[in-house]
Design a protein around this ligand. Structure first.
Ligand code: SF4
Ligand code: SF4
Length: 361
C-alpha cells in the first residue's frame, strides 16, 4: 500500500517508522520514504510476525525455524513402548518424567505455540573417534542464549509481555515430534530428525510461548528405500520404525551411561571416545543441505589429543582443553573411563592382528 501524505519532516517520518515498527500487535509496518515533488511517499508493507521471527532466527544463525500449535503428544504411546522394551537403557529419568511428555502444557501451562529451531553443525567423518561437535561450544548454552534473544524479539513484536519457556534437550518434551509438526523435517531411519535444508547434522531447540502463531506445514518423509544409516551402524543399534536401541548405541554409552562398562559393552565402544556420528555422517541429505553451519559450531580450533595425553589430563587440564564443550558435561571420570576402554580395545585389536600398538603409554 502506498500513501501520499502532505510534506512533513524526515524526523517525523522516522518517528512514524518507530511507532509502526514497534507498537504493532501482529503486523510490522515497514515504512520507506522518498521525496517526490515536495511530498513524502510512505510505502507500507505488512509483514506477519511469523515472517519477522523467521528472519530474526536466520539472522541469529539458525538454519531452520517452524511453528507448531500446542496439543497433546501423538508419539507418547510409541515412546512408552520403546521404554518398556528396555531400549532406553539406564536413562531412568526418561521413565520418571515420562508423564510430563504427554503434553507441552505440563512444562508451560499457558503454552499455545512451540517455536522449533534447527542449528546446523559440520557433517562429521564417520571414522572419527570423537563426535564432530565435541570441540565446539556446548550447544545447550549456545542455543539457550539465542532462543532467549528470539523470545525477547517475539515479545517486542507482539507488543505485550509473553510467557515462554526454553527447552534444549533437557526438558521432558517430545522434541522430535514437535520438530516434525513444526515442519523442520521428518524422523529419519536413524531415529533423529533429518531435513532437506539442514541435512542430518543439527541440533534442535524449542521455545514454548503463550501466543498463537500460524503453524508451519509438515514436510513429507523422503527416506524412501535408503537405509545407509542402518547399514553404517557398527552395533546394529538402528532398529525398524526409526528406533534406536540405546543399550548398543555408542553415543549413549560414551555420553549418557554413567556406570563402568561390562566386557560386552566395552567391545561395543570400539574406538570411540565421545559420541558417534556414523549414522548421521552417511546421510545423503548432508550433501544437499543448503542452510549455513551456525558460526559457533564452525571450524572448532582444537582436535583430539593422543589417547595417552587424554589419560594424563588432570582436572585443570581437562577444563582447559574441553571447557565449555559438550565433553565437559560428562566430566573427567567418565571421559577417562572411555579413553581407557578405547586403549584396551585398540591393544586387543593390535594383538589379534599381530601389529604394533599405536597407543603409547
Ligand atoms: S550413533 Fe553410532 S552406534 Fe548409535 S545408532 Fe548411530 S551409528 Fe549406531
Ligand atoms: S541415511 Fe537414508 S534412511 Fe537414513 S535418515 Fe538419511 S535419508 Fe533417511
Amino acid at each position: 500500500m502506498a500513501l501520499v501524505i502532505p510534506p512533513i519532516s524526515t524526523r517525523t517520518v522516522k518517528h512514524l517508522f518507530l511507532l509502526f515498527g514497534s507498537a504493532s500487535n501482529i503486523s510490522l509496518f515497514f515504512a520507506a520514504h522518498s521525496l517526490m515533488f515536495g511530498r513524502i511517499v510512505v510505502i507500507m508493507t505488512t509483514v506477519k510476525i511469523e515472517q519477522y521471527i523467521r528472519a530474526r532466527a536466520l539472522d541469529l544463525g539458525f538454519g531452520a525455524i517452524g511453528f507448531a500449535r500446542v496439543d497433546s503428544s501423538k508419539s507418547f504411546h510409541a515412546f512408552q513402548e520403546w521404554l518398556s522394551r528396555g531400549y532406553g537403557a539406564e536413562m531412568h529419568y526418561l521413565e520418571r518424567h515420562a508423564a510430563l511428555r504427554m503434553d507441552p502444557r505440563n512444562l508451560l501451562p499457558s503454552a499455545k505455540t512451540i517455536v522449533v529451531v534447527g542449528a546446523r553443525y559440520p557433517s562429521a567423518k564417520s571414522e572419527d573417534n570423537i563426535s564432530s561437535h565435541a570441540f565446539c561450544r556446548d550447544y545447550h548454552d549456545v542455543l539457550r542464549d539465542k532462543l532467549a534473544l528470539l523470545a525477547s524479539t517475539l515479545e517486542k513484536q507482539h507488543g505485550a509481555p509473553i510467557e515462554s519457556r526454553i527447552c534444549v534437550d533437557t526438558a521432558p518434551l517430545a522434541e522430535r515430534e514437535w520438530a516434525v509438526r513444526a515442519g523442520i523435517g521428518w524422523i529419519g531411519k536413524q531415529g533423529s530428525v533429518v531435513s532437506p535444508d539442514l541435512g542430518a547434522c543439527f541440533f534442535l531447540g524449542e521455545l514454548l510461548v503463550d501466543i498463537e502463531l500460524e503453524p508451519s506445514a509438515p514436510i513429507a518423509n523422503l527416506c524412501g528405500d535408503c537405509n545407509l544409516c542402518g547399514e553404517a551402524c557398527p552395533n546394529k543399534a538402528v532398529l525398524s520404525g526409526s528406533q534406536i536401541d540405546a543399550r548398543r548405541c555408542i553415543s549413549y554409552l560414551t555420553i549418557e551411561h554413567k556406570k563402568n562398562f561390562s566386557p560386552e559393552t566395552s567391545m561395543l565402544i570400539n574406538g570411540s571416545v565421545f559420541g558417534c556420528d556414523r549414522c548421521t555422517a552417511v546421510c545423503p541429505l548432508n550433501r544437499r543441505a543448503c542452510a549455513p553451519v551456525m558460526k559457533e559450531f564452525d571450524s572448532p580450533e582444537k582436535s583430539m589429543p593422543e589417547l595417552a595425553e587424554c589419560l594424563a589430563l588432570d582436572r585443570c587440564g581437562f577444563k582447559k582443553y574441553f571447557g565449555r564443550t559438550p565433553v565437559e558435561r560428562i566430566g573427567l571420570e567418565r571421559f577417562r573411563r572411555n579413553v581407557n576402554v578405547v586403549i584396551a580395545n585398540t591393544r586387543k585389536k593390535m594383538a589379534l592382528g599381530g601389529q604394533k600398538s599405536i597407543v603409547k603409554g
